[in-house]
Design a protein around this ligand. Structure first.
Ligand SMILES: NC(=O)c1ccc[n+]([C@@H]2O[C@H](COP(=O)([O-])OP(=O)(O)OC[C@H]3O[C@@H](n4cnc5c(N)ncnc54)[C@H](O)[C@@H]3O)[C@@H](O)[C@H]2O)c1
Length: 454
């Protein structure tokens, strides 16, 4: 099929590349001309494992453009994957979505096209996008036009850092539309993934137990709500374990043991039960806020989701309180942060706890040093005005610092030469914001180890 993808960010680029890899002919469109020029020159604007290999393998079936006139007319399926960033009201900003829909309407041809919302959008946005496309299409034709397109929702569940595997071997695919024709087209599009008939990349083999992928084919509103419900549930699992972490700390229990003990119950499951600094990133905060805002529009309160948000915010404050207890005075002290990205294996800094923590420390008069294995270039571009010192290696980061906080649990941080680093510090205080370091071992090396829970 001919596929157009509008928006080549984390979601659009991954989707486009994976669809090209399984055999479709894909045109990726972005209004950011620099991004498109970079992609045309073979440069990948984001860090995502395996993306580069997959693009080069699919290069004959994928191209990049800034032109709607180029991308839309021949497409059988148009995916909208533009950003929907949060606004202070909790509702996402739908400006990019509306611009994309207007442009799509301008260039649809006379063959039936399925327009798919892959961006995470509030319930009802599918109908809204449909009405914008129709207005734009009818303005062009100067008359009423019927049956040229249908809108579908196909929420995205990929995790940054594991996006390619999540797209090729998903747990499920959800499609929603009020028109059967649209669902049929999407079923055909995804068939190689649903049946797992494509040849797996050698560097990302198909998991041994991977069978056919379940398809949830439903109406528009249900598909849209599935995305919000999924993210809210994952977010509250994280906040739940963080709330239990507070009790664990008070009663002298080990939260990692508690999480293991409950996670082995198959009704609960062990994933998303890591106590720590809480979630960050572009989705959980924005999507839980949007769900609460949607509830409000219908006169509903959503106390469970609101509490999950509150607990998450509190985690960021807790690490600062703990730091203060240790160093007493922040003014003039040097505090080092291990990790900037909101989680390992990505360079995404949106709603990253490290940014909040750094800002707060600077406001309190501390000097802040940071390191990240991947995200420092992006940090320089996006947060260049934040007065932190970026360090290329651990020695620089730790030398003469008064305390260090592990913010992002990159694997390499577990393998640092801690005894050497401890000796470089002015005072060997280490706050483990992700509970991934070995407390016993670090204490033996002379560190004052402080976990976020206990
Ligand atoms: N990032 C994730 O992990 C993830 C996971 C699931 C769902 N989502 C959702 O997917 C959507 C996209 O997220 P993302 O992280 O890929 O965003 P992103 O910011 O990385 O990418 C969005 C892209 O859209 C482009 N764009 C904006 N307006 C445009 C327009 N009118 N025409 C063409 N391009 C335009 C931007 O230049 C940008 O490159 C959001 O709704 C998000 O909530 C994201």
């Amino acid at each position: 099929m001919n596929v157009a993808i509008i928006g080549t960010g984390y979601v659009g680029l991954t989707t486009g590349v994976c669809l090209a890899y399984i055999g479709h002919s894909v045109t990726c469109l972005d209004t950011d001309a620099d991004k498109v020029a970079a992609l045309k020159a073979g440069k990948i604007p984001i860090y995502e494992p395996h993306l580069e290999n997959l693009i080069s393998e699919a290069s004959e079936r994928i191209r990049f453009t800034t032109s709607y006139a180029d991308a839309i007319p021949n497409a059988h399926v148009v995916f909208i994957a533009v950003g929907t960033p949060p606004t202070p009201s909790g509702n996402p900003n739908l400006e990019y979505l509306s611009q994309a829909a207007t442009c799509i309407g301008k260039y649809l041809n006379d063959d039936f096209t399925v327009v798919v919302n892959k961006s995470t959008v509030p319930i009802g946005s599918g109908n809204w996008v449909g009405s914008i496309i129709r207005d734009s299409l009818e303005a062009r034709h100067g008359k009423k036009v019927n049956g040229l397109f249908a809108v579908a929702s196909n929420p995205e569940f990929l995790r940054e850092g594991a996006a390619i595997g999540d797209s090729l071997y998903p747990d499920r695919i959800v499609i929603g539309s009020d028109e059967t024709r649209a669902l049929e087209v999407l079923y055909t599009l995804y068939r190689p993934i649903l049946d797992q008939t494509f040849q797996a990349p050698t560097y990302l083999p198909r998991p041994e137990d991977k069978g056919a992928v379940p398809l949830v084919s439903t109406d528009l509103a249900s598909a849209e709500l599935i995305k919000y419900a999924a993210n809210a549930f994952l977010a509250l699992k994280i906040s739940f374990i963080n709330e239990i972490g507070q009790v664990a700390e008070r009663v002298g229990a080990e939260i990692t043991e508690v999480a293991r003990g409950i996670g082995l119950d198959s009704r609960i499951g062990s994933r998303f039960l890591n106590a720590g600094l809480g979630w960050g990133g572009s989705c959980f905060g924005k999507d839980t806020a949007a769900l609460v805002a949607t509830g409000r529009e219908y006169g509903l309160t959503m106390p469970i989701v609101e509490a999950a948000r509150m607990v998450n915010q509190r985690q960021r404050e807790r690490i600062l309180e703990k730091l203060l207890q240790e160093v007493k005075i922040l003014k003039g002290k040097t505090i080092s942060l291990l990790g900037l990205a909101f989680k390992p294996n990505t360079d995404d800094l949106r709603d990253a706890p490290a940014i909040d923590i750094a800002r707060h420390l600077i406001e309190r008069g501390a000097r802040v040093r940071c390191h990240d294995p991947i995200a420092m270039d992006r940090f320089k571009r996006e947060y260049g005005s934040l007065e932190v010192q970026l360090c290329d290696n651990a020695d620089q980061l730790f030398e003469d610092c008064d305390a260090a906080i592990l913010v992002t649990e990159w694997t390499e941080y577990r393998e640092l030469d801690w005894s050497k680093l401890g000796r470089l510090m002015r005072t060997p205080i280490l706050l483990d914001g992700r509970l991934v370091l070995d407390r016993g071992e670090l204490s033996k090396q002379g560190f004052r180890y402080v976990g976020i829970s206990g």
